[in-house]
Design a protein around this ligand. Sequence first.
Ligand code: SF4
Ligand code: SF4
Length: 378
Amino acid sequence: MYFIKYIIETFLRFLPFPRKTGLIKIGSPGRNSPVFLTCNFDLTVEKVKREIRGLDAYLLIANSRGINVWCGAAGGRFTNHDVISVLKTSGIENLIEHRTVILPQLSAVGIQPDIIYQKTGWRAVFGPVYAKDILKYINDGNKKTESMRKVGFGFFDRLEVAVQWAFPISIISAVILAFLWQKMIVPSVSIAWAVSLIVFLSFPLYSRYMNPKKGSKRFAVFDFGRGGIMIIFWVFIMLCILLYSLLLSKFDLGLYLGWGIVSLIVVLIIFIDLAGSTPVYKGGLHKENLLQVILDKKRCRGTGVCEDVCPRNCFEVDRKNHIAKMPRIDLCEQCSACIVQCPSNALRFKILDGRFIHPETIRKYKLNLVGKRIVNIK
Ligand code: SF4
Ligand code: SF4
């Protein structure tokens, strides 16, 4: 059943899949069992349930409008209010002695533990990024290792994203071509799948060129800029098709041009926001894709919260001198979690013209999904 759900929801991943909110018992939880909370994106709930099967625990499902944790919290769809609501209405308060709830780390872009505590008396802590690390996290006494804090873009993540793109593109193109150019239906579906799989599965080979902060890139004497990668992909695909048709002695110029047009369209669609389809770079569609995280050393008290919530491991905290450092800030993908969570407002975004975005602005407006993050700069 899970496998079928996983396949269907992966193919239709661009749609929200809301799950009923409330409380789920895992095993036989007692009055001191851990309490986890996650969003109500169906696949996330299933994954968390599977990963904590060996525990006796409570799992709270908060309303995120059927969106995953990171996008929901960053886009203002998974909020403090949703966490407070499920804590207050699920009945969990009558079932346990303690008042600690473990949230997914990626919710730190939108959920504020200080507000949850003020409104409910619950202490919210950020657990690991991935559900697969929850058991180890609990067994180690709620301690997160460096690898539990970081987002990755492994083979299966890339495969899921490739499917997420290929499926709707192939369906839409097949429907359009059914009216316009039936001969190209099979090529367009094949191209959609081939391009998506090639682009995402080979991501580690070219990912460094996707960083918007690094500007355009040169190859030999040519300056392709960031967009140049898409041309390289397109040429590569066209050469593969040419080689294939020549080897089979089936070269047909008209058909080859058709493949060329279809593959160019597919490549352009996928590259519209390729960086934004990954968890490691900021989407190029956002106007403010060159925000810089700035640390005000005079305000920093060395709490280490930034280090705990950063999914790119940009921070290191000198606990002896009570000060944060940002040795890997070039990896920052501008999620804003550190800024939202810093208890002394020591972190903020600097925009290109030198002005700053106040942390309260980020807390209030979140990183909404249409990229209008720069509002009311103070
Ligand atoms: S969260 Fe803020 S105060 Fe704490 S170490 Fe980081 S920058 Fe300093
Ligand atoms: S340093 Fe960048 S990636 Fe890390 S938490 Fe802050 S904004 Fe997010």
